[in-house]
Design a protein around this ligand. Sequence first.
Ligand code: INI
Length: 152
Amino acid sequence: MEISGNLNAAGLKFAVVVARFNEFFSSKLLEGALDCLKRHGANDNDIAVVRVPGSFEIPYAASRLAKSKKYNAIICIGVVLRGNTPHYEHVAAEVTKGIARLGLEFDIPVVYGIVTADSLEQAIERSGSKSGNRGFNAAMTAIEMANLYKVI
Ligand code: INI
């Protein structure tokens, strides 16, 4: 027997937590995520977009949303761009650990739609060009995992 989640988003409730930092890119990822959810049948009223200042804040908001038990999945979207100091590494490490922890702590999928890029070019590639749109991919993962959780 094989078990997997289907890609039907109708009737599912989603929260998308998006960081405003590097908004030039994160807005593209958000567009991709919303496009994916809607094209797979999600209702506009079933999608909450929650904005936070930067990626570091994403796990904090996602934690509260998970606790509310109102959503079938939470999609986390942010862009962490390498700069001239180690700041980038701390932000990337904390958002990654935080999201992973929430996924284990709560009984809903918390999806990692964070782009970590070494350059502007890499960020461009991942937010709607050469390497696709990571927001779209994250939403697809959320739909599949939310449906998987219904059957396992
Ligand atoms: N936040 C990001 O989302 N991406 C970054 O690249 C970034 N860098 O490199 O500074 C960033 N910093 C802000 C951080 O997420 C917090 O909002 C801030 O430190 C306040 O807690």
